[in-house]
Design a protein around this ligand. Structure first.
Ligand SMILES: O=C(O)CCC(=O)C(=O)O
Length: 307
């Protein structure tokens, strides 16, 4: 990367051809050590019985994630791919404890995110080593170039995806590329690129923040949602603008986070019409459960605000 940290033309070309880039150094060793410490302090505060809301749109809740989402090296690289006006749609905390069976089936994000056009990129930033053994992200190069593949919902145990969706596609192991990362490195992948990840068979945690960036002309199918402008101008965007976090885990920020997530949950668990009745029922139940979790955390927060 050059002094401004924008990608060079060779990397930009490789991204457009292959659908991903790997092992871009974005954090200095002392930066990643401090962020990991802050992440651990954050985890210690997450309510044991309500962990889910704290894994999504994390940058609206906690300063370590806010710092990452606005990190100039990450944004410069993303700007090289999306242009100058950039929104953050969400950030997902993807942590697998040592020996954790959690996995992600082969899927394309474009199959169910409802974001168009496909000017959307994930920056997956590693806070710990992410290796084949610890269940790093794996990709199938060039799958972003064609039409979307069909997916089926499986709701498999230990699948980290909302509906356990997986590609109806035979995967050739020879074609799979593992995006191994050292702490402080990131990969970038296109919204249409097929990807997956395995269980953590290592004896150390695998922790990453997956930041979903999009250009401001991207629109959302379904009910309107909100997003945070992280660089440039809002321009024609139809997303409700979110406010940047003021201070770590403060009540106002948590209420704003709760409102933003409520809009996203309504869309995430909406059936896409192809599922069987039993699958639609499961999806409906998951939606009610997620919304109840949000309602519970909302009530808890209001109490904290008043008393
Ligand atoms: O972190 C993982 O294991 C999976 C990541 C993923 O599916 C994504 O970033 O879209």
């Amino acid at each position: 990367m050059s002094a401004t940290h924008h990608l060079n033309s060779h990397d930009v070309e490789a991204y457009h051809e292959q659908g991903f880039l790997n092992a871009l150094e974005v954090l200095e060793p002392d930066e990643v050590a401090a962020l990991y410490q802050d992440y651990q302090a954050y985890q210690a505060q997450v309510p044991k019985h309500l962990p889910d809301p704290y894994k999504h749109k994390v940058h609206l809740l906690s300063a370590w994630a806010d710092k990452l989402v606005h990190h100039p090296k990450i944004l410069d690289a993303v700007e090289s791919l999306l242009g100058p006006d950039i929104l953050c749609w969400t950030s997902n905390l993807l942590a697998k404890a040592p020996g954790d069976a959690a996995f992600v089936s082969w899927h394309q994000d474009s199959g169910y995110w409802g974001l168009e056009p496909a000017q959307v990129v994930t920056a997956w930033v590693a806070l710990t080593p992410s290796t084949k053994r610890s269940g790093c992200v794996q990709v199938l190069p060039k799958t972003h170039l064609g039409e979307d593949y069909a997916h089926r919902d499986t709701f498999k145990k230990d699948n980290m995806l909302t509906r356990g969706q997986e590609l109806e596609l035979e995967i050739d192991p020879e074609e799979v590329v593992s995006l191994e990362l050292a702490p402080g490195e990131m990969s970038l992948h296109h919204i249409k690129l097929a990807h997956a990840s395995g269980a953590n068979e290592a004896d150390a945690p695998r922790v990453g923040l997956a930041i979903r960036y999009m250009s401001t002309d991207v629109q959302k199918k379904g009910k309107p949602e909100s997003a945070l402008l992280v660089r440039g101008q809002m321009g024609p965007s139809r997303f409700y603008p979110e406010k940047r976090l003021q201070s770590d885990l403060d009540v106002a920020g948590r209420l704003a986070h709760n409102r933003a997530l409520r809009l996203q949950v309504a869309n995430n668990y909406t059936s896409q019409g192809t599922s069987r009745f039993s699958m639609r029922l499961r999806l409906g139940l998951k939606k009610i459960l997620s919304q109840s979790f949000l309602d519970l955390s909302y009530v808890k927060l209001c109490f904290e605000k008043i008393f």
